[in-house]
Design a protein. Structure first.
Length: 340
């Protein structure tokens, strides 16, 4: 059964300075170098510590830690290119970009769709147009993608500093959002998006505490004929459910490998302890995939407690990778809780 970490959701001239007489220029240069040295210091946690207004020196740098090692980047980058997940996360945080790889527009708001149309496209997935990227004169390139997806970083490094954050497990996705916005010099923008999500989750967890305490949930989809997958709290959707205090139904005899367990149609009855079952709704119109529809048409599925109570719900962004997607899932969970 094929699985992905998640679907990657998936312009200006440099400033020039006027020249003055040589003596004046030398004095100014000395002053600028001293100011830059004072402004560009690095704290013990790797973040820049500006002693002056960041605009005082456009050459200030800082060091960002990545899985591939430390990278020196502009303290306040102005021409960022976002690749794969990073493009969507920077968009969510309102951080301007001069180039992006394609983003799944089904996951974007109308405002975001309009904004993306104005940003030059530099590729799709890890298939990049290096000439296009170079022509945009970026001062920083940010990548985040599943670790199995390889980018030709050696071709990007001569163009601009490159920071890359590979994703190994579903629970790394939302957390890596903050690493990306921090690398872009705007950690507060990522924290704002995270806080909006966390505040909503906390409100739902409190408002529906009684219902959540007595409700057992299951998360399911199907990818092959005759088989289906059940997901636990380390999965994409499971992480969101856990954030509101959702309890997972016990599945007798099922051991989870990674964030899921693969079962046969004969084992559908193991889901009978679930009061609510969430299935993938990533097809147009928030419909389940054909394979999951086939699963739901099985006789033993129709006899499940949740199915008979009409508590099987397709959820879009089943493989969620973004805080706004997770926030919309919270909205749907609240609507489901109201019916219990």
């Amino acid at each position: 059964m094929t699985r992905q970490i998640a679907s990657p959701d998936h312009n200006r001239r440099r400033d020039t300075r006027a020249r003055g007489p040589r003596g004046v220029l030398a004095a100014l240069l000395t002053t600028v170098l001293i100011a830059a040295a004072a402004a560009c210091t690095t704290s013990s946690d790797g973040s820049a510590s500006d002693s002056q207004d960041p605009s005082a020196s456009s050459n200030a740098t800082r060091v960002v830690s990545t899985p591939d090692g430390d990278v020196t980047v502009p303290a306040k980058p102005k021409r960022i290119i976002g690749l794969s997940y990073a493009a969507a996360w920077l968009l969510d945080s309102g951080i301007p970009m001069v180039g992006v790889t394609s983003i799944d527009d089904a996951a974007l708001s109308a405002e975001q769709k309009a904004k993306v149309k104005e940003i030059p496209l530099v590729g799709e997935g890890n298939e990049l147009n290096f000439e296009k990227i170079a022509s945009l004169t970026p001062d920083l390139i940010i990548i985040s993608a599943p670790k199995r997806v390889q980018f030709q970083i050696d071709k990007l490094k001569p163009i601009a500093p490159v920071v890359s954050f590979g994703i190994g497990n579903p629970d790394e996705l939302l957390a890596t959002t903050l690493k990306v916005t921090d690398a872009a010099g705007r950690p507060e923008a990522g924290l704002k998006v995270k806080k909006e999500y966390e505040d909503k989750a906390a409100r739902i967890r409190t408002a529906y505490a009684d219902k959540l305490a007595k409700t057992n949930w299951a998360i399911v989809n199907s990818g092959e004929s005759g088989k289906f997958s059940a997901y636990d709290g380390k999965s994409w959707l499971g992480l969101v459910l856990k954030d509101v205090g959702g309890k997972f139904a016990a599945l007798p005899g099922v051991g989870f490998e990674d964030a899921w367990a693969d079962l046969s149609y004969e084992e559908i009855g193991k889901l009978d302890g679930a009061d609510v079952i969430l299935v993938d709704g990533d097809e147009p119109g928030t419909k389940p995939s054909a394979e999951t529809t086939d699963l739901m048409n099985q006789t033993n599925w129709k006899s499940l407690k949740a199915a008979k109570a009409q508590q099987v719900h397709p959820v879009p962004a089943f493989f969620t990778s973004r805080y706004p997607e997770a926030g919309r899932i919270l909205d749907q969970l609240e609507q489901i809780l109201k019916t219990l």
